[in-house]
Design a protein around this ligand. Sequence first.
Ligand code: GTR
Length: 423
Amino acid sequence: MKRFTSLFLLILFVFVNAYAQRENVISDESKVPAYQVPDILTRFNGGKVKTEKVWVKKQRPEILKLFTQEVYGKIPGEQPISEVKVWETSENALNGIAIRKQLSLFFRKHDRNLEVNVLMYLPKTTKKVPVFLAYNFTGNHAIYNDPNIRLTESWVANNPSVGIINNQVTEQSRASASDRWPVDEIIKSGYGLVTVYYGDVDPDKNDFSDGIHPFFYSEGQQKPQINEWGSIGAWAWGLSRVLDYLEKDILVDATKVAVLGHSRLGKAALWAGATDPRFAMVISNESGCGGAALSKRIFGETVQIINTSFPHWFCDNFLKYNGNEEMLPVDQHMLLALIAPRPLYVASAEGDQWADPLGEFLSAKYASAVYELLELEGLPAKEMPAVNQPVMGTIGYHIRTGKHDLSLYDWQQYIRFADKHFK
Ligand code: GTR
C-alpha cells in the first residue's frame, strides 16, 4: 500500500510539474526576462578574437569543446561502416527522369548489428550531383508515392492514422509524409535527395539499450556517461556515416552535400554541420530549442522543458542548466558560428512560436560576426525580416507564414540558396 501511495504521488508530481511548466511558458515578448549572450569574438580568457587564425586555432576549438562537453555529449569511440549492401539501382524513377538507389549501411561489433537504410533519388546526368541529405521521421517509404521503396522494419512511434501500429509501419504508411518532400522539384532543380529514417540510427525514446549507443558500452554499462552523446549526438554521427558512404558513390558530388533537418532533426543537422566540416552547407528548419534558437532568451521551449520531455536527447551534463540558462558557457549563436565559413540557412515559421523565431533570427544574426571576420557576408539583415521575405548572404534566413512543418516554400528557398552557393 505504501509503495502504491508513493508511486501515485510520484506520477502526480510528474504531471503537475509538466503542467506547471507548460503554464509558465513565455509566449509574450514583453515578458521575456533580461538576458545576455556571450560575445562570440571574446575569448573565454577575456581576450579578443581579431583574426581568422585566432578564430580557427583557438576560439572555434574552445566553443566546440564546450558544446561537446556540456550540451550534446562526446562520441565515445569510432565505428566505421562494416558493409554496404546496395539493394537496387533503378534508372527509371519519377517517370524516367531520376535514378533511385536503395542501400543499407551495416554497422557490426561483437554480436551487435545495426542496419541503416538509405534512399536516394538522383537526377539523371553524366556529372556527379550535389545532394540534400536529410533524415525523415517515419521511414523512407513515407516520403514519396513510390511502391518500390522498401518499408522500414525498424521501431517507429505509433500513429494509427498513417498505419503505424505496434511500432511497425504498414502499406498504409506509404507516402504519408510526402507533403514534406517535393522530390520532383528537387530533382528538376538538379539536386539529388538522400534520406534515412532517423530511428535506424537511434530509436527516439528514452532507452539507451538500442540504436548505436550500446556499441560503445563496457561490461555491464546501461547508458552513456554524463559527458557522452544522447540521441541528437547519435543522429549527427549517423549523418556523418552516410557522408562517408556518399564520398564513395560515383554518382554524388560529396563536396556539395547540404545537410538539412526539420525540428529535432534540425538540431541534429546543426550538430552534424558543427562537428563535421565535410558538410558543405547546413540547413536548419525550425530547429528551436537546442537547435538554432538562443537558450538564454527565455521564450517558448526552454532547456528545462526540453530536458524533461526528451531526457535522452542531450548529454546528462546539460541537465545542470535546467532553469539555469544563464550559467551556460555558450549559446546557440556559437553553434551556428561553428559552421562558418560554410553557407548556413536558418528558417522559422510564424505559427511555430514554440521554437522562438526571434531567438532563431538573433542567433543567426550574432553568428554573422564570425562570417564577417572571415570576410564573408553573414546575414544580410539587421532586423527580423517580414514574413515570406527571405534574406540570403552566406547565412540565409526566413520566417514564413504557417505552422511548424517542412513545406514546399521552405524547400524552394533551400534550392535557391543552394543555387547561389553551389552553382
Ligand atoms: C517538440 C520539441 C521541439 C521539436 C519538436 C519536433 O515536441 O519540443 O524541440 O524538436 O518536438 O522535433 O517536432
